[in-house]
Design a protein around this ligand. Structure first.
Ligand SMILES: Cc1ncc(COP(=O)(O)O)c(C=O)c1O
Length: 381
């Protein structure tokens, strides 16, 4: 397999997580809703996992809802609030133009139901400033949804400043924290969030499982109608192996997050230094060094010096044994310039000459050497 620098797209399952999940594929296969021993045993596991995650986040267990991942949690919060809207006069919702499609498309969909949508614009490093949100809020605003950290640039928004503005104006605030969990501290109550989204496969847990945190005082509509699971807010038999894996991944974060962050910083600094040494003025760093996640580096190479057809750098790197992303994971494979980079004001040619390098727990120092060697070969071929 390739040297993997695409951890913002998905991470390798930690072997300890796999071990924690295995019994729920084999020995403990019942349904948590069943009244017999097998069912009750699994119910306890699900509720223990909820407690562990709640304690990690500093919230109440009843404020944690298991979902099928970040996409569902974003849909659940946004549509759930919009459809329960107790006050029909509030028909305005605000997000940014650099959110994940799960947020942007949910907002656009809500236009069909009479909502007016405003998109806040980022600065050139992808940051959404609280002043921009304040400017957009009106007495009709129901909801603001702004991500904690951007998935392509790693830029971290001051969600605490945004949440206090929302609170002042009586507006609900959702933050997609899929990229920031495990890379920086995320405590919804301290950040003033009404809703937050997280996804296990971004921090060495399994795919297809995540959570929505919802403040206990906020009422929303259920999103999946079904068998009454998740306190009748999200129907569907619980993904027990996934929940066991998510819980283990969070438990590992509790003890290793600081080491992980130190590791990301070291790898990222090495990549920055090596890129500067090798390419000097022909490389631009798009991620703001101070306000960025420690694991994501978005860089643009001088398109006039690239010896590959425009847009094909990630493909060339792949052929050289290195996996990076040329935009967000969802749009990789297409040659379209990254929407997020265009939104920051970058022109198409530069956007197509950019890559996202995202480090993970399992990257080694020698991976950096291999990445730089591959880039040198490609750029000077
Ligand atoms: C910021 C952000 N939000 C949401 C998602 C979607 O999460 P999931 O893959 O669990 O549906 C992603 C995944 O790339 C993401 O980066």
């Amino acid at each position: 397999m390739n040297v993997y620098f695409d951890n913002a797209a998905s991470t390798k399952l930690d072997p300890r997580v796999l071990e924690a999940m295995m019994p729920y594929f084999t020995d403990y296969f019942g349904n948590p809703s069943s009244i017999h021993k097998e069912g009750k045993f699994l119910k306890v596991l699900v509720e223990d996992a909820r407690e562990l995650i709640a304690s990690f986040l500093g919230v109440k267990p009843k404020e944690v809802f298991f979902t099928s991942g970040g996409t569902e949690a974003n849909n659940f919060a946004i549509k759930g609030l919009a459809f329960s809207n107790p006050d029909n006069s509030k028909n305005h919702i605000i997000t940014s133009s650099v959110e994940h499609p799960a947020v942007i498309d949910s907002f656009i969909y809500l236009k069909n139901f009479g909502y007016r949508v405003s998109f806040a614009a980022p600065d050139k490093s992808g940051i959404i400033h609280s002043g921009e949100i304040e400017r957009l809020i009106t007495p009709e605003t129901l909801l603001v949804s702004i991500m904690h950290a951007n998935n392509e640039l790693g830029s971290v928004n001051d969600v605490k400043a945004i949440s206090s503005i929302c609170r002042e104006h009586g507006v609900r605030f959702h933050s997609d924290t899929v990229q920031s969990v495990g890379k920086t501290e995320v405590k919804p109550k301290e950040l003033g969030l009404d809703f937050m989204t997280m996804s296990a496969h971004k921090f060495y847990g399994p795919k297809g499982v995540g959570i929505l945190f919802k403040d206990e005082n906020v009422r929303i509509d259920k999103y999946f109608h079904g068998g009454g699971q998740e306190r009748d807010m999200r129907g569907g038999t619980e993904n027990v192996p996934g929940i066991a894996g998510l819980s283990k991944a969070v438990e590992i974060l509790e003890s290793s997050m600081n080491d992980d962050i130190g590791h990301y910083k070291r790898i990222n600094t090495n990549v920055r230094n090596e890129l500067n040494a090798a390419f000097g003025g022909d490389v631009i760093f798009n991620s703001d060094e101070k306000n960025s996640l420690p694991n994501i580096l978005n860089v643009t190479f001088n398109p006039d010096r690239l010896k590959v057809p425009i847009g094909l750098l990630p493909v060339k790197l792949d052929l050289s044994g290195i996996s990076v992303s040329g935009g967000s994971a969802c749009s990789s494979g297409s040659l379209k310039p990254s929407r997020v980079l265009l939104e920051t004001g970058m022109d198409e040619r530069l956007a197509l000459s950019s890559i996202r390098i995202s480090a993970g727990r399992f990257n080694k120092d020698e991976d950096v050497t291999k990445l730089i060697e591959a880039l040198k070969n490609i750029l000077s071929a």
